[in-house]
Design a protein. Sequence first.
Length: 149
Amino acid sequence: IILLGLIVFFMVLTLIFIKYRNIKISLSVVLTMFSEAFITLGIATLISWNLDAPSIAGIIAGIGTGVNDQIVIIDESVSKESSNLKARIKRAFFIIVGAFFTIFAAMIPLFWAGAGLLRGFALTTILGVSVGILITRPAFMEILKRLQD
């Protein structure tokens, strides 16, 4: 599983680098992805959640959502529509918050009404996207601001 995870991180790094041609941005995405996975696993450990296959799938879904959010942030930050970086980042965060609430609303019924398998998926997905919106997205935005200075 660790080898597979490293392969995924390397593939994401390669694809982001191909798209943006900037190793600092690519490494920032992978660092944020790793941080999000680490924090989500840490929270799951703190609440003594047993990680089964659906729970791991939920973590992967959360990380995938995170990479998507980071691409939105990058695209908005390099956009030339507005000269104000703060306004572009604010627009990106608005999109990301909308996606967060959509995912959260979709997972609540799975958590409450779902059987054991769906419950694990829903919980870890909610944890992953919550970690993303509260911790890793703001950190990634700050990293991008510093890279563009």
